[in-house]
Design a protein around this ligand. Sequence first.
Ligand code: URA
Ligand code: SF4
Length: 214
Amino acid sequence: MASRRPGAQEWVPAHPTLPALRAAVQECRGCELYRDATQGVMGDGARTARLLLLGEQPGDQEDQQGEPFVGPAGQVLDDALGDAGIAAADVFRTNVVKHFRWSGTRGKRRIHQSPHRGHVDACRPWLQAELALVRPRGVVVLGGTAGQALYGPRFRVGEARGRRLAWPDDLQLDHPPDWTLATTHPSAVLRARGERQAAYDALVADLRVAAGLL
Ligand code: URA
Ligand code: SF4
């Protein structure tokens, strides 16, 4: 059952500020995900941040609080940024999809479902607006959904991670980032069970490469 997805463009203000984007996303009907979510979650961080961290979508906590990366994955990310020597003031955190997609519950927690490509495409105008405002020097791509949002369905984090990549040609910006760098999503560290420390160390190592490119 395909739902109609007009895409977010008509809800994005023509000359926005970051606060204006946050207000406007609450009206977005660019795809059906707004229906089951509490609120839209735009990025957070300084407009002058040199590094933009790109995740997948808000999770259960983010959906309730209206801020990106405030749940368990965000905690892992904060720790890893600290261990990589990247200052919080230097990062802007956001997601490729701005509403939480979920289905079913486990206890009180709603169960995350990855967005489809159709959701990512519908939501892209919000990300483009954030990129145009923040103009980051570099973008760290967290996990497969974000990687595929930029580089297409064949992108694999495992093959691409930890090295400088070029900004994708088909995502046009007046001031494109100089580079991107892909790494694992911090929630994958949480799922790594017995290998959690190794997964965490690999995330920190990739973020150190990003820090060196800044
Ligand atoms: N995972 C994400 O990709 N983004 C968030 O904001 C939180 C968890
Ligand atoms: Fe709009 Fe994105 Fe939310 Fe869909 S997920 S309704 S495109 S903000």
